[in-house]
Ligand binder design. Structure first.
Ligand SMILES: Nc1nc2c(c(=O)[nH]1)N[C@H]1C(S)=C(S)[C@@H](COP(=O)(O)OP(=O)(O)OC[C@H]3O[C@@H](n4cnc5c(N)ncnc54)[C@H](O)[C@@H]3O)O[C@H]1N2
Ligand code: MOO
Length: 340
């Protein structure tokens, strides 16, 4: 550490806490060790009686914690994500827009494995609103070797960033409500409104719709017909389990759709079917999606709406964290459900 005249210390790093006492009002650290001295600090420092300061001397190959946090923020934040100014050596990572939060877990782990680097985050693959906190990053010591940040750069090269928020798309959506009891008017359709409400979260609505009895051929024809009419997302409700009248899985299969998963390791929602008819995602939704606040559908729909192709292994992995606790007040997505 070297001694520097206070008036010449702008931009330099304070080497120790500076205590200020104003009788009857204040006693405490006016400036903390590690603070980067600004022009507006000079008068206050002189009023505390500090005409000279101990200053940290950063070597050529070192970065102050504030600079390091900013360098990290620049490296790890991708599209739809920004980071705030530094406070006590840390920056916050925040969503710039509403969308699907993506966190590259492998890159995150590799970076956090570097000693003295810290990135904390919420889990990804969930809806995030604009201006919501995603995480924070910082380095641990007050000064860090530049090579540590260069190591982060190397990890991310051609692979990064760690964080991204993908905007949701508008998809021309078809809804096929099945159930002879609904078709024949014995009961009112309660599934349709639930689906509309869930789609509305993404600014999406139902463009094509029909109500059908539990008839395999009728359901199959409707799926193919809506596909030919330009549906970009097809949702079929009801008839998904094991009763003789449950025709929906067979009907979706008979369209030639590629079944990604029928039987998801998620509760509620085990009877959900997810398929692609060419590139069009097709959901078969069991009755629980109408009844429960949160199900397998809420885990997969955000990814589909962000334009992601969902593969079987990704659904398989959802078993870990796939049991909803059916809390009295549902906090989803701020809970473990679907966070593998
Ligand atoms: N023996 C078994 N029974 C059930 C199983 C099982 O594995 N073995 N799974 C249960 C699970 S889990 C669920 S979830 C439901 C799946 O239900 P489905 O998708 O087959 O639904 P449905 O049988 O068509 O209807 C169930 C129930 O919901 C009413 N419903 C359906 N659609 C509508 C609508 N559009 N509007 C209003 N009400 C609707 C329907 O009338 C029935 O009361 O199966 C469990 N059973
Ligand atoms: O699996 Mo049902 O599809 O859980 O309630």
């Amino acid at each position: 550490m070297k001694v520097v005249e206070t008036e010449k210390a702008v931009g330099m790093v304070l080497g120790h806490d500076i205590t200020e006492i104003v009788p009857g009002e204040f006693k405490g650290a006016a400036f903390k060790k590690g603070h980067v001295i600004k022009q507006e600090d000079i008068e206050r420092l002189l009023r505390i009686g500090k005409e000279h300061l101990y200053i940290f001397e950063l070597k050529e190959d070192e970065l102050h914690e504030d600079e390091a946090a900013v360098a990290l923020g620049n490296l790890i934040c991708g599209k739809g994500v920004y980071f705030t100014g530094t406070k006590e050596g840390k920056v916050n990572i925040v969503a710039e827009q509403k969308g699907l939060l993506k966190v590259n877990r492998d890159l995150l782990d590799d970076i956090n494995d570097i000693e003295d680097i810290c990135i904390a985050t919420i889990q990804g693959d969930r809806i995030i609103d604009e201006e919501v906190l995603i995480g924070g990053c910082r380095v641990i010591p007050l000064v860090i070797k530049k090579e540590k940040i260069q190591a982060v750069e190397q990890i991310l090269k051609n692979k990064g960033p760690v964080f991204e928020v993908k905007p949701f798309r508008t998809l021309r959506t078809a809804l096929i409500v099945t159930g002879s009891e609904v078709y024949k008017g014995r009961i009112e359709d309660k599934f349709g409104p639930v689906i509309e409400k869930k789609l509305a979260q993404f600014g999406n609505e139902v463009s094509l719709r029909t109500i059908l009895p539990d008839d395999l051929e009728a359901i199959k024809s409707a799926v193919l017909d809506f596909k030919s009419k330009g549906a970009e997302l097809i949702i079929v409700t009801g008839g998904m389990s094991v009763d003789p009248d449950d025709k929906t899985p067979g009907a979706i299969k008979s369209t030639g759709a590629n079944i990604v998963s029928y039987g998801t390791p998620i509760l509620p929602g085990a009877m959900l079917l997810f398929a692609y008819l060419d590139d069009v995602p097709v959901f078969g939704l069991p009755g629980c999606v109408m009844f429960n606040a949160t199900t397998a559908f809420d885990l997969l729909l955000p990814r589909v709406m962000a334009g992601e192709k969902v593969i079987r292994r990704e659904i398989t992995r959802l078993g870990y964290g796939g049991q909803c606790l059916n809390c009295k007040v549902c906090l989803f997505p701020n809970c473990h459900f679907g966070k593998c």
